[in-house]
Design a protein around this ligand. Sequence first.
Ligand SMILES: Cc1cc2nc3c(=O)[nH]c(=O)nc-3n(C[C@H](O)[C@H](O)[C@H](O)COP(=O)(O)OP(=O)(O)OC[C@H]3O[C@@H](n4cnc5c(N)ncnc54)[C@H](O)[C@@H]3O)c2cc1C
Length: 352
Amino acid sequence: MNAVLPNHADVVVIGGGIIGCSTAYHLARDHNLNVVLLEQNRLTSGSTWHAAGLVGQLRSSASITQVLKYSVDLYKKLEAETGLQTGWKMTGCLRLATNQDRWIEYRRLATTAQSFGMDMHLLSPAEVKKMWPLLDVSDLIGASFLPTDGQASPSDITQALAKGARMHGAKLIEGVRVSGFNMSANRISAVHTNLGMITCGKVVNCAGMWARQIGAMAGVVVPLQPVKHQYVITEKLKGLSADAATIRDPDLRTYFKEEVGGLVFGGYEPDPIPWTEGDVPATFEFQLFEDDFDHFEQHMSAALQRIPALADCGVKKMINGPESFTPDGNFILGKSPECANMFVGAGFNAFG
Ligand SMILES: Cc1cc2nc3c(=O)[nH]c(=O)nc-3n(C[C@H](O)[C@H](O)[C@H](O)COP(=O)(O)OP(=O)(O)OC[C@H]3O[C@@H](n4cnc5c(N)ncnc54)[C@H](O)[C@@H]3O)c2cc1C
């Protein structure tokens, strides 16, 4: 049966990834608005379905920390509200420091954490070793530990948010591709789709790596670039505890999390590989790129340095998917300067 497009919405949300579903959920729950979410393919089918699922809260920016802390509080409550699991597991997160600058950064963060009511601990290398025996701590100055960080399933969170949005009255319609806007002065008055037109009061552009293209349809510049981002999932790793804390090792540019007895690990390389320079195809749905173990080698070496036991552990799977990165590494959130009623939520830089 073909979906039917309503004639009008107070707000049209474009994109059914985690950001679009969260936006629809909050607008419907907190503002009692008539919300319609349009997804060109299926919910989660862009970048969301293959995210690793690390969830951290503390950043050097106070406002970003507040947003991230709110997310964790929401993940804890969402299952009770919707009946759908989110995979939320509060393992805590260890951030490793191998130099004085990093250590000073963590000491500052510990103060910031206190001001947000978060109990962040600074640990010695010996304490880190006790908590995570498989880690090589010989080069560490110390680590920070935030017990309330953790991991979740991005697809499950998205489905829970989608269900919550529907429970609060939003309409989420899959298989509807936005192709343009009716503009009057610098306002959008209607959204064009393959199923016809829908008039609206506001548009929220949550189209992930397509957000640049959607923005351009309304004269809005959304500076982001899809980049290939990889992680591997290992076989079971002997000695790894099921509730092991997630690890961020910024000096080696890697991250780790436990998953069914094995490890998920990946990283941020200084020479990332951009994907397309032109438009992202609309048909890119639940797709990945070819494994690129040559490019991943830098993360593999770093991971082996940090967890030597990985040398005897097989790789079960590699995930190589696209994620949007922005020039300054910050996400793009808020009202666009160019169009009076387009808002943007995109470019999340595998934020974690
Ligand atoms: C390998 C990898 C690991 C990652 N790990 C983590 C992690 O551990 N923690 C973390 O926080 N993040 C992580 N990320 C990043 C995370 O996946 C993304 O930031 C997040 O999923 C982006 O969600 P989104 O809703 O903005 O985009 P998407 O999920 O891509 O959703 C955008 C949606 O918009 C739809 N759309 C586009 N154009 C149109 C149109 N014209 N009409 C209608 N619909 C349209 C698309 O079909 C798509 O479904 C990772 C990413 C990768 C690639």
